[in-house]
Design a protein around this ligand. Sequence first.
Ligand code: NAD
Length: 488
Amino acid sequence: MMAHSKALLVLENFIGGKFVPCSSYIDSYNPSTGDVYYRVPDSGKEEVEAAVKAAKNAFPVWSSKSPLERSQILNKLADLIEHDLEAFAQAESKDQGKTITFARTVDIPRAVYNFRFFASSILHHTTECTEMATMGCVHYTSRAPVGVAGLISPWNLPLYLLTWKIAPAIACGNTVVAKPSEMTSVTAWMMCKLLEEAGVPHGVVNVVFGTGAKAGEALVCHPDVPLISFTGSTLTAQRIMEKSAPHCKRLSLELGGKNPAIVFDDADLTQCIPTTLRSSFANQGEICLCTSRIFVQRGIYSEFLKRFVAEAKKWKVGNPSDPTVNVGALISKEHLEKVRSYVKKAQAEGARVLCGEGVDSLALPTGNQKGYFMLPTVIAEVKDESCCMQEEIFGPVTCVVAFDTEEEVIERANSVKYGLAATVWSSNVGRVHRVAQRLQSGLVWTNCWLVRDLNLPFGGMKASGIGREGAKDSYEFFTEVKTITIKH
Ligand code: NAD
């Protein structure tokens, strides 16, 4: 602790509208240099208790505001974040290792849009009504916020995913206790600095920083937090389900994926190849929706592979703040080692590594020698049973395999425990519909990737999650419905 320079940034929890120091801290690293970037509170039960208390106190006033009043505050917050977009993007890139270009064009604009989107959608919900004339009755439903929402988010899209939870939760009239990943907390802390000016009353948004085991679990186990919205790994979700079971909590779980791309021989490769490169390697492959199994129909397999590898080799890896760089640093040393270990396992099993890790050399700028970098890696001839084809790697690694028939590829694409996102490439519209219907996947993109309409449900099947988020889905998750019958 003594070795840190005085200038080191130290984050504080945000509870009841105030920044509050914590009794202990942990280091958070800049993945592109390996240096400590800031210190993050190592919160536990005590801090979570204080945050839940503040959120409970704020609930009666916030929940009784009209949707329009809440909408105006959300819009103001969106404007303030947008005003500071560049500072947020710089901080996100430095904290997560992602390129400044990605942070500027994807992460922060989407965080802004999350607030704008729910500020608007909250104004347009209607409830149901039915008449039972023979009984002289009218039934209708009413919806009310649930209370204190616990929000837990991962490190890959820090502010983007945290605001995707905070925005609908508070738009619906809940108050929240949020816990970002201990590895990427800085933009959440920066957002807290804007809440007062946006008009968010004290205690409506509380942010407690710290590890999953301490702060996250304290939130999950807190009896006064009736719902948890979690995005992260399937393993952590299992633990959250166990820990919240005694309280019968309402859970929304957005988890991992092992997403297939299926390329039929009538696909337009001029569109498919650049998009599949992005779907495999964008954000260092650290997006739950990234493609990691590419099935290519045998007739075009060799051509696809040749062109795909040639293009993958052009992706520039290096200093994330260089706007010409395509691949930044992975989140941590441990994660880099884990991702690399998959490539080694594939080689040991007889697969061919066509480019990237262990094949090409990686030249890094002087200041980034200790960063956690890895080249985009393409592996071919991997068996479907291999861990590289079954487990989520969550790095810049993708496997390419050949298939013959539609029937066969559907079965192979579905033969993993996950079911988050799939991509289908074909110019045959009938085939596209048939295949999309049969894929076990919460999202299917055809001839595109990552095109989202926030109105529609987002989420996974099987081990990729429980529940959906989106305009209507988030509204339903963050409110309690009641059926009222009036007899006249
Ligand atoms: P993780 O599960 O390790 O951590 C996610 C969050 O949960 C962090 O804030 C962490 O501190 C917290 N946490 C950890 N243990 C906890 C516990 N016992 N109780 C409560 N909270 C706990 O996941 P990660 O490594 O941060 O993120 C990567 C994973 O997230 C990948 O599997 C990825 O696919 C998934 N992900 C899914 C989506 C989606 O929308 N489906 C989006 C992004 C990332």
